[in-house]
Design a protein around this ligand. Sequence first.
Ligand SMILES: [Zn+2]
Length: 551
Amino acid sequence: MTDRASRIEELTIELTRQRSVTETNEEQLITEKVHHFFSQMDYFKDHPEDLFFVPVPNDSWGRKSVMALLRGKKDPDNNNTVVLIGHTDTVGISDYGDLKNYAHLPYELTEKLKERKDALPAEARADLESGNYLFGRGIFDMKAGDAIIMALMEEYEQKLDDFSGNILFAAVCDEEANSAGMRSCVPEMVRLREEHNLNLTAVINTDYMTAEYQGDENKYVYVGTVGKLMPSFYVVGKETHVGEAFKGLDPNQIVSELTRRINLNTEFCDTVEGESTLPPMSLKQQDLKTEYSVQTAKAAHAFYNYATHSQTPDMVMDKMKAVGREAFDAVVTDLNDQYKKYCTLTGRAFEPYPYKAKVLSYGELKAQVIRERGTEVEAKIERAKRKWLYDDTIDERDYALKEVALLQSMRTNQEPVVVVYFTPPYYPHIYVKDETDREKKLLEAVAQAVDTTDSAYKLVYKKFFPYISDLSYTSAPRNGKAIGALKENMPGFGTKYNIPLDDMQDLSLPVVDIGPFGKDSHQFTERLEKTYSFEVAPELVDKTIAGLLKK
Ligand SMILES: [Zn+2]
């Protein structure tokens, strides 16, 4: 093992031993640890202003991120700066059951698992027996990635007189929950860029990389990243007593039809350069009746995870409105069919259903209500919003739903309707095209790193990091229509839910993920493969940095 590899292993273990479950006070401790690591270096002793905490505003756990700017001394004219990001939080540990006290002790846990290896899934057992894997919560997602960055920066710091260009590292909290760390670091990146006249070239994340399918032996480097929207539906039907079943319009039936048409429908896969996103997936579906009764529900709602490679909010809104109309029409047609049959069975005269498909975006609903009721509406919404904003039990999702429900209730026409909106969060995709100088430079640096790295592994670089990550926040669409569709149709945007959109648009950085390799993140069998993670991935990161810093 090289010195670098053993240093990375040492740091990986040290970071993993500091438990840092997301949305707990422990997150502060790991941030302190990373800060302490850099504060011991001569460079940061001489330049304390280049190492600082970035607090998360109004955070219940007092969490913060840490940023470190390392400025090379060889060529003061080289302002090229690579941004590195890594999250320091992990998911919870309840999945470890009675081993949870070992979850953050990789060597001890790996030994413990040997005692009960027969209870492990076959692949995990084989990896355990190979001796080339370390188990532990967060070791793979992504403390090994943080360790790679820290070890490389430690090396650069030791030869800073001979180092040309700069490194800016953001070790961020809250990635596994709401990305509050990254969202607060983005404005700091802009500030540092202005203050030091930095030329930010690209962002490297070292979050994990894993097999894409069973038996996949490739090791991936991903240029660009997937994005995410959550198209949502608020469906108002017509309630009825069960004894008069054919008099109402059940919103549950429309929502079910929406899910049938949207859920895992590959028609909505976003395919770019041969890379397809996963199809949308249902994350919530419920009616909004709070009590039991023999009356059917008045309203129901649903939202879906919708991954993007190129589709912007305006495009997704158009598609979702179209599905909304189709689902509404299909339900009315189906009800008419059934009612006609029922009338034949019972010898009654058939009258078709009076309902016509009506679909509004949230923005359209709002405009309509304001038109109908004037400014009184806005004052009423403002009062309600203020109350909700102070209530900690209402999260961004509930908040968005409440606002839609309130507005809809103020509409003069209370006939059935489908309201389409976006529920937070929003993660823009980043598509690195090979058009701008920065994009070209990143693609070249990555290609060069991959092509010149000798290893026993099959290295593959492809487009779009497939997991939702903080990488999304270093860029945003600049197209007014795309962003307008987001702002107008996401209730709570700018009040309950904040992303530094202007700074993201301003940064517009291409991104790459070069991560350690392992398996089963977010499961108790989470494990890190040592050889690739400690030897190959660091070389790829190091070479990519060198390519990006070149003048
Ligand atoms: Zn991660």
